[in-house]
Design a protein. Structure first.
Length: 208
């Protein structure tokens, strides 16, 4: 049986990493589960990550979109497609929806244009379910400021940038409510995890 691709989306500081780790622990009791982040997961994609996150580099919006798509293409080829084929469930911290929101809306390159680029990059691979953590941008920014590491290139963007991205995510969820399930990222972590598991329950006949 083919595996399931579950992606976790939201603005920086929404709680994606916390949810991803908790979901992996909960899901792998019954099945093989792999957890990855984007961009990254394989050597080429990790090197691209160093470029797109480096605050010392200026990156044209189109170049940024192409770099993310390239990293994604390599990840699909080396990891996602083989794992899904062998029946593994994959949890992915960010995927195509991130590019639609960040580059399509945030960089004003166009949702349709970025969707076409990423359809080519991924070979049309679509998540079985996407969990969108919705949180007020001001709350997300406060969480970012509380982190121990210095903000990367995108995290240094202005508040208006993240407000635009949050709105774009809401629009994407409204367009595809069957795939994209919205969770309240301001809830306690255990509540977020419980709601996430409920949102995944129909992907497998076994009880999660």
């Amino acid at each position: 049986m083919r595996g399931r691709l579950i992606t976790i989306e939201g603005i920086d500081g929404a709680g994606k990493t916390t949810l991803a780790s908790a979901l992996q622990a909960a899901l792998e009791r019954d099945r093989p589960v792999q957890l990855l982040r984007e961009p990254g997961g394989v050597e080429l994609s990790e090197r691209i990550r160093e470029l797109v996150t480096d605050p010392a580099l200026r990156c044209d919006p189109r170049a940024e979109a192409l770099l993310y798509a390239a990293a994604r293409a390599q990840l699909v080829d080396e990891r996602l497609a083989p794992w899904l084929e062998e029946g593994t469930w994959v949890l992915l911290d960010r995927f195509v929806d991130s590019s639609l929101a960040y580059q399509g809306a945030g960089r004003a390159l166009g949702i349709d244009e970025i969707a076409a680029l990423n359809a080519f990059a991924t070979g049309g691979l679509t998540p079985d379910r996407t969990l969108l953590l919705r949180v007020d941008p001001a709350v997300a920014r406060a969480r970012q400021h509380g982190r121990s590491h210095a903000p990367d290139r995108l995290e240094r963007e202005q508040d208006e940038f993240f407000a635009t991205i949050a709105a774009a995510y809401d629009d994407l969820a409204a367009r595809d409510p069957q795939r994209i399930r919205v969770l309240n990222g301001s809830d306690p972590p255990q509540s977020v995890l419980r709601n996430a598991l409920d949102a995944l329950a129909d992907l497998d006949s076994r009880r999660l």
